[in-house]
Design a protein around this ligand. Structure first.
Ligand SMILES: [Zn+2]
Length: 124
């Protein structure tokens, strides 16, 4: 297991040895015996956190990859001022993942058709 932690002595990436529970620098041999305790604390912290609801693009890990890809295509189209292309992409994202609020919001924002606007907002 590789930790995303630099050795304070030489800057190399520290390694966690699971059988000894020691964090050691493979380059200079620096040892951090207290690290496993901190990891346990961190895991405990994560365990006690409440799950977050899917409401926003900020919760990327809960968005289906295909929906997210379509959403990103939509943003790319927006950057290029391609509103029709963006609308298509956001519609696709909203279809793939029905609880993808941001996609529905963008459909509502971009839709010219009032009915589609209303439908998109009603799914939220
Ligand atoms: Zn080192």
């Amino acid at each position: 297991m590789t930790l995303k932690m630099a050795c304070p002595q030489c800057g190399a990436t520290m390694l966690l040895n699971l059988s000894t529970s020691k964090v050691k620098c493979p380059k200079c041999g620096y040892l951090r015996p207290d690290e496993i305790g901190q990891l346990d604390k961190k895991i405990e912290q994560l365990r006690t956190q409440k799950p977050r609801p899917v409401i926003s693009i900020n919760h990327r890990e809960q968005i289906e990859p295909r929906a997210l890809a379509a959403f990103e295509t939509g943003q790319y189209c927006l950057d290029r001022d391609d509103k029709a292309g963006a609308l298509d992409a956001f519609r696709r994202a909203a279809q793939i993942q029905e609880d993808f609020a941001d996609a529905h919001l963008w459909v509502a924002k971009l839709a010219i058709d009032r009915k589609e606007q209303r439908d998109a907002l009603e799914t939220l």
